[in-house]
Design a protein around this ligand. Structure first.
Ligand code: ZN
Ligand code: ZN
Length: 361
């Protein structure tokens, strides 16, 4: 069948909406109608740089929709409401076997898993999903059933940004009741980390961002204070002041090596710093080994250390209960034809998450 897909032919170009060929679902696969796709900063990053992706490519890796058809031996059913997961979750590699599918050794940023072809040539699916398309065919491991009564326009965020930020706070950093937390960067990922900190019972949650609108949003979503990194006292001074010697947990959600390098300065002895943002491929970070002598942990988090099949439905439930706010993270709605406007909205930071509705004409 023919479906409309937003294709990037080479880095730095605009996305082009084309009629692509979608194959039938094979064994263990599902054909998903994509109702909503959030644009994530890593879509912007690969579109601009071409790093870690092959062309032509379908971008988009934060999608939600409904299963239209399943292939033979597929455990899912037509009509299931789903969020797409970029963990291949092969189930056989040592990391999957030990229950950490976010570290699956089959993880690749560029794969021909979406079942799409253009002029006889397979289209690469960014993060194995490529969901800026009306419909996509995916292995069932990448398709997570969700409650049917929740909006795809909100749920899609769980597929990348929210899982990444919320999981970094709740799972990777394992924030506990009474902890103090600083979150650097108040985009969709940082704001999800702030919510994860609040849900975990942190008493002090400091959001750091130069943008006053984002700092305001951080306060609505669970930050107890915010800091402008351009302030006279400097961000480290402000945080040390407010926490009497540093936070228990600092989470970085900016992708900036400078922020990563300073992260441990605001963490107390024995505390944790978690790097979440996507840096440039050649980025390096220098830290003082004295931080390590003082038993600070310097670590990272991919996909929030979550198992999507377990945690996506839990995040959906937290959303239903009003404890995890997804609606305030979303920006403008765009038709697929206007996908470049959605990219511009994020690039110019007019919202934290522009949403594309691929099946709206
Ligand atoms: Zn992403
Ligand atoms: Zn695996």
């Amino acid at each position: 069948m023919k479906v409309r897909a937003a294709v990037l032919r080479s880095p730095g170009r605009e996305l082009e909406v084309v009629d692509a060929e979608l194959r039938q679902p094979g064994p263990g696969e599902a054909r998903v109608r994509v109702d909503a796709t959030g644009i994530c900063r890593s879509d912007l990053h690969v579109a601009a740089t071409g790093e870690s992706i092959e062309f032509p490519a379908v971008l988009g890796h934060e999608g939600a929709g409904v299963i239209e058809e399943v292939g033979p031996e597929c455990a899912l059913s037509a009509g299931d409401h789903v969020v797409l997961s970029w963990s291949p979750r092969c189930g056989r590699c040592p990391r999957c076997v030990e229950g950490r599918p976010n570290l699956c050794q089959q993880l690749t940023t560029s794969a021909d898993t979406g079942g799409l072809a253009l002029d006889g040539e397979a289209l690469n699916a960014y993060m194995g999903l490529g969901c800026l398309v009306e419909q996509v065919v995916l292995p069932e491991e990448r398709v997570v059933p969700m409650p049917a009564d929740l909006s795809a326009e909100a749920l899609c965020l769980i597929g990348c940004g929210v899982a990444t930020g919320y999981g970094a706070a709740v799972r990777t950093a394992d924030i506990g009741v009474g902890n103090s937390v600083a979150v650097f960067g108040c985009g969709a990922v940082g704001l999800s980390a702030i919510q994860g900190a609040r849900i975990s019972g942190a008493v002090q949650v400091i959001g750091v961002d130069p943008d006053p609108t984002r700092r305001e949003l951080a306060l609505h979503l669970g930050a107890t204070a915010t800091v402008d990194p351009g302030s006279a006292a400097g961000v480290t001074g402000e945080i040390l002041d407010r926490t009497r010697g540093g936070v228990d947990v600092a989470i970085e959600a900016t992708g900036s090596p400078d922020v990563m390098a300073r992260l441990l300065d605001c963490v107390r002895a024995g505390g944790k710093a978690v790097v979440v943002g996507l840096p440039a491929a050649d980025a390096t970070v220098t830290i003082s080994p004295f931080h390590l002598l003082y038993e600070k942990t310097f670590t990272g988090s991919i996909y929030g250390s979550v198992d999507p099949h377990i945690e996506f439905p839990l995040m959906g439930e937290l959303y239903r209960q009003g404890r995890l706010d997804l609606d305030r993270l979303t920006g403008e709605r765009h038709r697929l034809d206007n996908v470049n406007d959605a990219f511009a909205e994020l690039r110019e930071q007019r919202s934290t998450r522009p949403i594309v509705l691929p099946n709206h004409r």
